[in-house]
Write a protein that binds this ligand. Structure first.
Ligand SMILES: O=P(O)(O)OC[C@H]1O[C@H](O)[C@H](O)[C@@H](O)[C@@H]1O
Length: 541
C-alpha cells in the first residue's frame, strides 16, 4: 500500500497529472477514456488529475488494499464492524433478489421481508385513511421525530422524491432545541397528526425529549387514550419502545447490523414510504440493489463506487486536498450534502487504523456543499480563485419533472457544465488582459486589473449525469455514495462503521445538565466551561 501511494505521488508529478487543462488540449478523447457508465448514469472523471498510469496504479491500490475481499465480507455478513462486533448489512435491506444473507448462521431475509411488508401495510393504512386518528379522522400530517441517521435519511429522501409525494404532509423534528418542535406543532392539528418516533437505540436524549413533548401535545389536546392512535415507532430496542407505551402493531424493528447512517433502507424509511407509497419505496430499494450488484461485480475501471472512492483517496492522501464539495444541480437534493456529511464524516472521520495504530497520512475529508446554482452566488468564488483546491462533485439530471419549465432546466444544465469547465480551464493572465483591452481598457490599466481576473484552472471535478431523479435513480445514487465511503474507509484502513467520536460530547452533556439547571456546582470543570455556565446563569430568566 505504502509503496503504491508513493508511486502515485511520483507518477502524478512525473506525468504532470494535475495539469488537467493541458491533458484536455493534448487528448480529444479524454472524456471517453475517463468516464464510466452504469445504465443511464454517467460518471465523468476526466476533469480530475488522472491518466492511464494513475488508473493502473488505482487498480493496484484497490488490490493491495484488499477492497474486493472486504466488500465480499460486508455483503456476506462478516462482523467487519469489529469494535462493536457487528455485521454491516444495509445491503440486505435492499436485497431484492432475496438470496439468503447469513448472520451467525441465520438468514436475515425473512425478517427483512416481514418488516417491509408490515411497513407497507401500515403506510397503506395511513395513506388510504383506513388507519384513522383517535377521533376517526384521516391523518393529514406525519411528523418524524429522530436525529442523525434517524432523521437525515428520511428528510433528505422525502425532499428528493417530492414529485412522488402523494401521501400526507411530512415534517421532521430533530433538534433538542424546543424551537424545532414548537415551530412544527404550530402548523399542526393534533386530531390529524401522526408522530413516528425513530431511534435505533431509543435512548437518544434529543429524540426522547421531543417524543415526550409530542406525546404531551396529543394528550393535552385529545386525552391520554388518544396517544396510541397518534404514535408509531421505529427502533432496534423493542422493549424500550414498549415501555414508552407505543402499541406493538405500530412498532417497526430493525437490527444492530444496520448502522444509523445506513438506515434509510430499513424501517427508518417509514416516513418516506408513507409519503411516496410502498411501490415507489420498493423502486428506491431496487435502485440501491442495482448499484450493489454493480459495485460487487464490475471491474475497477468500470465500477463507479470504486472509481469514486479511489479518486477520493487520491485527492486526500496523494494530492492533499482537505475537503470536497458536493454540488447537486437539483434543488430537491437540497439536503443531500448534509446527508453525505454524516455518511462520510461519521464513517471515515477516524484517527486510528484497524490495528489500533494512528492513521498514516489522512482519513476522510471534510464534506460540504449546497445545491447549484445557489452555491454559485455564495462560495464558488473560493472554489474558483481561493488558495485551497477543493475537488467538486457535480450532479445533474437530463430531465426535470416540469416539462413546462424545460427552459429553466436547460439553464440549470448550462450552469452546471459551465462551472466544471471554468474550474478546469481557468483563465490565464493573457486571456484576462486580452478581454479587458478588447473592451477598450488601456494597456497599463489592463496589466493592473488582469491579475484579479486570472483563474488558475486545473481545479478537479467529477460530474454525474443521469436521466431523471426517479426513486430508482435516487436509490442508486445514495448507494453509490455509501459504497464510495466504504472503499475509502478500506483504503484508509479504518473501521468505517463505528462512531465513538460522538460519545464523549454526549457523556459530558449528561454530566453538565444538572450544573446548567443549577442543581450541582460547576467545580471540577475547566475555567472556560465554569465561566460560560456562570455567564449563562447570569442571563437566565
Ligand atoms: O437512532 P438513534 O439511536 O437515536 O441515533 C441517532 C444518532 O445518534 C448518534 O449521534 C450516532 O452517532 C448516529 O449515528 C445516530 O444516527
Amino acid at each position: 500500500m505504502k509503496t503504491i501511494v508513493k508511486d502515485l505521488k511520483s507518477t502524478a508529478d512525473k506525468t504532470k497529472a494535475t495539469d488537467i487543462r493541458a491533458a484536455f488540449v493534448k487528448d480529444a478523447g479524454r472524456f471517453e477514456k475517463f468516464s464510466a457508465r452504469f445504465d443511464d448514469l454517467t460518471m465523468d472523471y476526466s476533469k480530475t488529475a488522472v491518466n492511464e498510469e494513475i488508473l493502473a496504479l488505482f487498480e493496484k491500490l484497490a488490490e493491495a488494499g484488499g477492497v474486493a475481499k472486504k466488500r465480499e465480507e460486508m455483503f456476506s455478513g462478516v462482523a467487519i464492524n469489529f469494535t462493536e462486533n457487528r455485521a454491516v448489512l444495509h445491503t440486505a435491506l435492499r436485497n431484492r433478489s432475496n438470496t439468503p444473507v447469513l448472520v451467525d448462521g441465520k438468514d436475515v431475509m425473512p425478517d427483512v421481508n416481514a418488516v417491509l411488508a408490515a411497513m407497507g401495510k401500515f403506510a397503506d393504512g395511513i395513506r388510504s385513511g383506513a388507519l384513522k386518528s383517535a377521533t376517526g379522522k384521516k391523518i393529514t400530517d406525519v411528523v418524524n421525530i429522530g436525529i442523525g441517521g434517524s432523521d437525515l435519511g428520511p428528510v433528505m429522501a422525502t425532499l428528493a422524491l417530492a414529485p412522488f409525494h402523494d401521501g400526507p404532509r411530512a415534517h421532521f423534528v430533530s433538534n433538542v432545541d424546543g424551537a424545532h418542535i414548537a415551530d412544527t406543532l404550530k402548523l399542526l392539528d393534533a386530531e390529524t397528526t401522526l408522530f413516528i418516533v425513530a431511534s435505533k437505540t431509543f435512548t437518544t436524549i434529543e429524540t426522547m425529549t421531543n417524543a415526550a413533548s409530542a406525546r404531551k401535545f396529543i394528550a393535552d389536546k385529545l386525552g391520554d387514550d388518544a396517544v396510541q392512535h397518534h404514535f408509531a415507532a421505529v427502533s432496534t430496542a423493542l422493549e424500550k419502545v414498549a415501555a414508552f407505551g407505543i402499541d406493538a402493531t405500530r412498532v417497526f424493528g430493525f437490527w444492530d447490523w444496520v448502522g444509523g447512517r445506513y438506515s434509510i433502507w430499513s424501517a427508518i424509511g417509514l416516513p418516506l414510504m408513507i409519503a411516496i407509497g410502498p411501490e415507489n419505496f420498493g423502486k428506491f430499494l431496487d435502485g440501491a440493489h442495482a448499484m450493489d450488484n454493480h459495485f460487487r461485480t464490475a471491474p475497477v475501471r468500470e465500477n463507479l463506487p470504486m472509481l469514486l472512492g479511489l479518486i477520493g483517496f487520491y485527492h486526500r492522501n496523494v494530492l492533499g486536498y482537505p475537503t470536497r464539495a458536493i454540488l447537486p444541480y437539483d434543488q430537491r437534493l437540497l439536503r443531500f450534502p448534509a446527508y453525505l456529511q454524516q455518511l462520510d464524516m461519521e464513517s471515515n472521520g477516524k484517527g486510528v487504523t484497524i490495528d489500533g495504530t494512528p492513521v498514516e497520512g489522512n482519513s476522510g475529508p471534510v464534506v460540504w456543499g449546497e445545491p447549484g446554482t445557489n452555491g454559485q452566488h455564495a462560495f464558488y468564488q473560493l472554489i474558483h480563485q481561493g488558495t485551497s483546491i477543493i475537488p467538486a462533485e457535480f450532479m445533474i439530471a437530463a430531465n426535470g419533472f416540469e416539462p413546462e419549465l424545460r427552459h429553466q432546466h436547460d439553464l440549470l444544465i448550462a450552469n452546471c457544465l459551465a462551472q466544471s469547465e471554468a474550474l478546469m480551464k481557468g483563465r490565464t493572465f493573457e486571456e484576462a488582459k486580452a478581454q479587458l483591452t478588447s473592451k477598450g481598457m488601456d494597456d497599463k490599466q489592463a496589466d493592473f486589473i488582469a491579475p484579479h481576473r486570472v483563474f488558475t484552472g486545473n481545479r478537479p471535478s467529477i460530474t454525474f449525469v443521469h436521466d431523471k431523479l426517479t426513486p430508482f435513480a435516487f436509490g442508486r445514487l445514495v448507494a453509490l455514495y455509501e459504497h464510495r465511503v466504504f472503499v475509502e474507509g478500506v483504503l484508509f484502513r479504518i473501521n468505517s462503521f463505528d462512531q465513538w467520536g460522538v460519545e464523549l460530547g454526549k457523556e459530558l452533556a449528561t454530566g453538565l445538565l444538572p450544573v446548567v439547571e443549577g442543581k450541582e456546582s460547576a467545580e471540577g470543570h475547566d475555567s472556560s466551561t465554569q465561566g460560560l455556565v456562570k455567564t449563562l446563569a447570569g442571563l437566565k430568566r
